[in-house]
Design a protein around this ligand. Structure first.
Ligand SMILES: Cc1ncc(COP(=O)(O)O)c(C=O)c1O
Length: 363
């Protein structure tokens, strides 16, 4: 049961549009990145819908996230992009649940082969580090050694990938990383089923003839730094729970940072910084009631905020992120990135997933 009138509404038709747009613009399979609760959108609802699109891979960051999806009945192939701490039990779990791991270093691989893999085939994608200097192999000889030494080991080398550090910039660095990756692939000389490089921005702006899959996160949810036909798939709504007349010179909220210049109607809205709305939006962001813009007045509280109303007769649905201003606007105003705003949306917010306006699932 959900009682609090604050919710995120996710339009799965828009997700399908973005997914198919990314597929057609790249002419590759799309591995959908749903880590960090699908960038705040709700990883169960998003992944269950991706199942219906026969997505080739759903990418997560940890075994915990992968098992959360499997335990909720998600059936698509799962690829973990992050580090997995190995134990014999982890190996059994991963193998039984058909979860693909990333081979991230020679040390990690050497540990893997100390375990008994006889009845537990392990599928791996190798991560190559072409300049991000995070996870992955920099040395091709480590990779060839690894493949060579795994012959009797029940290991399936299914894929290989790299990750770009500046795909939002037109400075040639992404092309450089791609060429570096191609040279590595030539040296490794192995016939992988999957080769993948591009995150969202690279999917939209990089000419890549090396890979057969792309790995977008943010773009699936409707955002990119380059012009595109993507549509943001999530709106954020709440309702006014109380209206109040502020008398001239009265203040609002903690620290009394807003003072009414005249008698002013305000509305109390049950959403706050604990939901993921940055406190930096206090006195600095407008929500909407219909097309009427309503500024947030005073400091945003943990669970509530106050807005200035156009009149005392408006007590209605409040759009916190919609078509006029959205999560991207919030990021700009608080000097952060859309990724951070989205991924900080608290799991406590009710999420409603809709297809053709009908509820598909809630979480
Ligand atoms: C390895 C890897 N691939 C793909 C992505 C998706 O990136 P984006 O959301 O920019 O598309 C990420 C995101 O951080 C990542 O770490």
């Amino acid at each position: 049961m959900y009682n609090r009138p604050t919710y995120l509404e996710i339009n799965l038709d828009a997700l399908k549009h973005n997914y198919e747009y990314l597929k057609s613009i790249s002419n590759k399979d799309v591995f959908a990145v749903v880590k960090a609760n699908a960038y705040g959108h709700g990883m169960i609802g998003i992944s269950k819908y991706l199942d219906t699109l026969n997505c080739s891979y759903i990418c997560v960051s940890s075994l915990d996230e992968a098992m959360r999806l499997r335990n909720k009945g998600v059936v698509s192939p799962l690829l973990i992009l992050g580090y997995v701490k190995l134990t014999q039990q982890v190996i059994t779990t991963v193998s039984k649940n058909q979860i693909t791991l990333s081979a991230i270093s020679i040390e990690w691989f050497k540990e893997l082969i100390t375990y008994n893999l006889t009845n537990t085939p392990i599928t791996l994608h190798i991560e190559m580090d072409t300049g991000m200097n995070r996870l992955g192999f920099k040395d091709v000889t480590d990779v060839t050694f690894m493949i060579e030494s795994s012959k009797e080991k029940n290991i399936i080398w299914e894929g290989i990938y790299t990750h770009f550090h500046s795909s939002d910039k037109q400075d040639g660095s992404t092309q450089k990383q791609l060429i570096f990756f191609k040279n590595m692939l030539d040296e490794i000389n192995y016939d992988f089923k999957w080769v993948h490089t591009s995150n969202s921005d690279a999917t939209l702006n990089l000419e890549d003839t090396i890979s057969n899959a792309t790995r977008p996160g943010l773009a699936l949810y409707g955002y990119s730094s380059v012009p595109s036909e993507l549509v943001p798939i999530m709106h954020f709504y709440s309702h006014i729970t109380q209206m109040k007349l502020l008398k001239k010179h009265e203040t609002v909220s903690y620290g009394a940072t807003y003072t009414a210049e005249n008698d002013t109607w305000i509305g109390i809205v049950p959403v706050g910084y604990a939901d993921g709305l940055p406190i930096g939006l206090s006195n600095n962001f407008n929500v909407y009631i219909g097309n009427e813009s309503c500024p947030i007045v005073g400091k945003i509280c943990m669970d509530q905020l106050m807005i200035k109303l156009p009149s005392h007769t408006v007590a209605d649905k409040v759009t916190i992120s919609g078509t006029i201003s959205n999560f991207e606007t919030m990021a700009k105003l608080t000097n952060t990135i859309t990724y951070e705003i989205l991924t900080c949306l608290n799991i406590r917010i009710h999420r409603i997933f809709r297809i053709n306006n009908q509820v598909f699932i809630e979480e």
